[in-house]
Design a protein around this ligand. Structure first.
Ligand SMILES: Cc1cc2nc3c(=O)[nH]c(=O)nc-3n(C[C@H](O)[C@H](O)[C@H](O)COP(=O)(O)O)c2cc1C
Length: 196
């Protein structure tokens, strides 16, 4: 049986973790990008479909290409961050199911069912985006998720010729405390929860 994490771990993952708009001048290694994947890949997805496909923009060239396709304020953050991840979703994810979910013929649930493909890819790649944020925090990094960009333009620039579409993007690095706004409200249980 698992024990609850320490208060310090809960702070790092949730309570004192923040969304960062800027980062310290401290590099992020490729080994750390691998470490994030090696944790986030264990987060559950339906039928273990793992639809997320990530492009990690680390070069100035890649960051400039991406920044040009975002809202201007978001573009500035991308140019200054050590890394920006594009969390994409493979709309042909079901082709991998014979390997990823060998217990049954899950591929056949999706072939020709565009609505189910769309819903499943978006739901599960969004979950994987959440696992990405928590994995980054778990290894001591910070993130700045953003949806303020032109999805179609990003798809053409980064995913041309594939069945992959962008979901959201996120800066990554060692967060600069000077770059955050005051914490927005997080209401108490009774406001948004019901126990039946
Ligand atoms: C999916 C998603 C999209 C977001 N899009 C943007 C964005 O385009 N630009 C931006 O500045 N912040 C964006 N944010 C940041 C949120 O406003 C921020 O995470 C939220 O207010 C919580 O902040 P906190 O973690 O510091 O409490 C986004 C966050 C998420 C999760």
């Amino acid at each position: 049986m698992n024990s609850p994490l320490t208060d310090a771990a809960l702070d790092q993952l949730f309570r004192t973790a923040r969304t960062y708009n800027g980062y310290l001048d401290k590099p992020v290694s490729e080994a750390q990008l691998h470490a994030i994947w090696e944790l986030m890949k264990y987060g559950p997805t339906s039928a273990n479909c793992l639809p997320a496909r990530i492009i990690w923009c680390t070069s100035t060239e890649a960051k400039e290409k991406l920044a040009a396709l975002t809202m201007p304020a978001n573009g500035e953050k991308i140019l200054k961050a050590p890394v920006t991840a594009i969390i994409g979703m493979d709309m042909e994810f079901y082709e991998q199911l014979p390997e990823l979910f060998p217990h049954t013929d899950a591929r056949s649930w999706f072939v020709g069912n565009a609505e189910l493909i769309e819903k499943t890819a978006f739901r599960n790649s969004s979950l994987q985006g959440g696992y990405f944020i928590l994995a980054a925090r778990a290894i001591g990094l910070d993130t700045g998720p953003m949806s303020g960009f032109n999805n179609q333009a990003v798809d053409e620039a980064f995913f041309a010729g594939t069945g992959i579409k962008s979901n959201f993007i996120s800066t990554l690095g060692y967060g600069d405390p000077e770059s955050i706004f005051g914490r927005s409200p997080r209401p108490e249980f009774a406001r948004f929860n019901t126990v039946v």
